[in-house]
Design a protein around this ligand. Structure first.
Ligand code: ASP
Length: 420
């Protein structure tokens, strides 16, 4: 059985077990609550998530370094980097505009009740100026230690570029980093072998605690975000793939399956990098040099699914607190959520943490996050799948525009199929 299928089966099994525990009220049982869902399953899930987070900095740094060195000509790096960044920003902006328009039209959150029992402690927010200043790290080691991903990206690209220009010594460094990259990818794959069990534990816990009721009370919010995520993945990406590159959307979507199940199971674009990379290079025919630059880059800075959630969440919270958003506030949401999706790492719940910044900037109560906290996990899975679909779609478009896409591979349904 492939790992993909295994993850899906364990995911469904976890959801069913969780629902049974919830509906039978067994989740209230002190033993189940303390030792099972709150104990064993909580520990298994958290250890897995921590293992994924452990890999973020090494994975992004080393794979982007290698990706940059693969683009030997400065001109190639320039045009590839520029186009990729442009398309990443464009897709995020489209996602936000569609999400905000729809959320406002249906008035999501109007009349929602605000339970006072929910507590949420906000973390200090960074101002826009700080975000910009932090792009260049004054101390790269500290940037890594603090998980300041934008700074890590900039350092990796600068270092990779210099290595490719530094002749013989540069080549030695590149050879070392290439080997290190293989080792890191191997470790990620080893961790991923545990994904089915971790996903089972996480879903059991989530469903045991939430049950169907939680979704019911937040149904408006939940299904608005879900619908917009599906719309973005199945309508917007296919449209831009066709319009910008003339590529077949159905072939593209079918080949994303393995990456989707990983993204869904882990809620982490970063942990999914090896699978997304393999999908675009081996299944969709993108040149490896291009993919190894655009995919890790996108996994960190391009998060359309996250932006959609943030857009709808802002409108939802505004309505729930009886606030009417002005045009300026809406534009601020577009700007801030785009920045937030650039600045946050592709790890579980990153989007929720960054939502604070968006809310603060438009002057909405940050405590509002507590309203949607409970069901965010379920949406996180889906938006992560959308995030990586965006990375792959943009990668195909950019590769095609640079003559770095092998269309015979792209159109061959069996190309690079993973059988394990
Ligand atoms: N989990 C998402 C990702 O890794 C980020 C988020 O929206 O929380 O892409």
């Amino acid at each position: 059985m492939t790992l993909t299928k295994k993850i899906i089966i364990f995911m469904i099994a976890g959801a069913i077990l969780g629902l049974i525990l919830n509906l039978s009220d067994l989740n209230q049982d002190p033993f189940v609550d303390t030792y099972l869902t709150g104990g064993l399953f909580h520990i298994i899930g958290q250890l897995f998530i921590k293992a994924l987070k452990m890999m973020v900095v090494p994975l992004v740094f080393v794979s982007l370094f290698c990706g940059t060195t693969a683009l030997r000509e400065p001109a190639m790096l320039g045009s590839l980097g520029g186009r990729t960044l442009g398309l990443y920003l464009l897709t995020t902006a489209i996602a936000l505009v569609v999400a905000l328009t729809f959320a406002l039209l249906i008035g999501v959150g109007s009349g929602a009740e605000i339970p006072t029992s929910l507590e949420y402690t906000a973390k200090a927010d960074k101002s826009l100026i700080d975000v910009i200043l932090n792009i260049i790290p004054s101390n790269p080691v500290m940037a890594m230690a603090e998980g300041n991903m934008l700074a890590v990206i900039v350092f990796a690209i600068l270092l990779g570029f210099s290595a490719s220009q530094a002749g013989e010594p540069g080549q030695k460094v590149i050879a070392f980093f290439k080997a290190l990259n293989e080792v890191i990818m191997k470790l990620v794959m080893l961790i991923m072998q545990l994904a089915p069990y971790a996903v089972f534990a996480i879903l059991t816990k989530v469903f045991a605690q939430l049950g169907i009721d939680a979704i019911n009370t937040l149904a408006g919010y939940f299904f608005t975000v879900l619908g917009l995520l599906v719309f973005h993945a199945l309508v917007i990406y296919p449209l831009i793939l066709k319009a910008f590159a003339g590529l077949s959307p159905s072939v593209f979507l079918r080949k994303m399956e393995a990456a989707w199940s990983f993204a869904f199971g882990t809620s982490s674009s970063n942990a999914t990098i090896p699978v997304t990379l393999r999908t675009v290079t081996e299944r969709l025919g993108v040149n490896k040099a291009v993919g190894s630059f655009t995919i890790p880059f996108g996994a960190t800075i391009n998060m359309d699914g996250t932006a959609i959630m943030q857009g709808v969440a802002t409108v939802f919270i505004a309505h729930a607190y009886g606030v009417d958003l002005t045009t300026t506030q809406l534009l601020t949401v577009v700007l801030m959520a785009t920045m937030a999706s650039i600045g946050s790492a592709g790890v579980p719940s990153a989007g929720l943490v960054m939502l604070q910044g968006v809310l603060l900037q438009v002057g909405l109560p940050v405590e509002g996050i507590a309203l949607i906290l409970g069901i965010d996990r379920l949406l996180d899975m889906t938006r992560t799948a959308v995030n990586i679909t965006g990375d792959a779609a943009v990668t195909c478009i950019v590769a095609k525009s640079q003559n770095q896409l092998d269309e015979t591979v792209f159109n061959d349904p069996n190309a690079g199929e993973i059988k394990d």
